[in-house]
Ligand binder design. Sequence first.
Ligand SMILES: [Zn+2]
Length: 223
Amino acid sequence: MSSLREWLLCPECGRELEADGGVLLCSSGHRFEVGRRGYAALVGGRSSLVRSDPASVLDDIDRRWAGERLSRVVDAVVAELPAGRELRLLDCGGDLGHLLAAGRAARGSLDAVYVSASPSAIVRAMKRSGAAGLLADPAREWPVRDGAADVVLCAFAEHRPAEFHRVLTPGGVVVFVAAEADVAALDDDVYPWFEHDQTRTVPAAEGVVSVVRYRRRRRPLSW
Ligand SMILES: [Zn+2]
């Protein structure tokens, strides 16, 4: 929880959050549960976009990441992590903590947060990786401080380049995992906020997967 406080702000008013037992409180009086599962549920009101995935869906994702192809992708992602101690990583879903677990194994320790709109996915990712969990509404800005992360991981997940830019520290990087066929469109989407740094490709019978690292631009380019 002490680490989570360094990352999070009130999703309603943007003020600091204080932990009080199983509750996160801001000075305006907004209250958020840290459920018995241990993740911070920073969702104000009801959102139809926030809901658990069925176990069968999560099992399919786990099976996919356990396969030979994606295990090589995991290695490529770890190889793209910048040097430095105690990296702060934000994983925005798509995997279920596989990347953060591998990063932690390679680095010894990481300050990691897994953010998702799916409580069941968060619980699995936390269990696998030891990361902190954040439940957030994907239709709004994440309740994450500006510049809180050194690295954003986005593996087959929705990319939000403006949000990635905002939550990354100057000099931060985002590492994408995507089908090679999708990389040109990804390049175009992130171009105003990020400049291409490195690409690694992992070939496999069912298609090539690209691991692409981009550096945060100091200022987003205007259109
Ligand atoms: Zn508040």
